[in-house]
Design a protein around this ligand. Structure first.
Ligand code: ZN
Length: 92
């Protein structure tokens, strides 16, 4: 319980005790809030979003700053060589 682990994996992934862990914490008469990861607390949320969030620029302004490179998937008839650490160039 002190390692903040449960075999279901929810606690490790979310930082919030799962129902299994909550049951154990309550049986030991401890406070569940003490077992929540710091990043999941209200004070951390307020620190993060306390100043508000700026709106994204309008969509028509996006393309003037970004160049788009279209990366196509490899062709279906490309030759595959075993143990090659790089992509095989297309051949016609
Ligand atoms: Zn669990």
């Amino acid at each position: 319980m002190q390692r903040k682990l449960c075999s279901c994996g929810f606690w490790q992934k979310s930082g919030v005790p799962c129902p299994h862990a909550c049951k154990c914490i309550l049986q030991k008469a401890e406070n569940i809030d003490d077992f929540v990861h710091k990043m999941q607390t209200i004070s951390q949320y307020r620190d993060t979003y306390g100043l508000g969030m700026n709106a994204l620029p309008k969509e028509f302004t996006w393309m003037s700053h970004v160049s788009v490179v279209l990366l196509l998937p490899p062709r279906a008839n490309a030759t595959i060589v075993e143990d090659t650490p790089y992509r095989i160039p297309h051949t016609k």
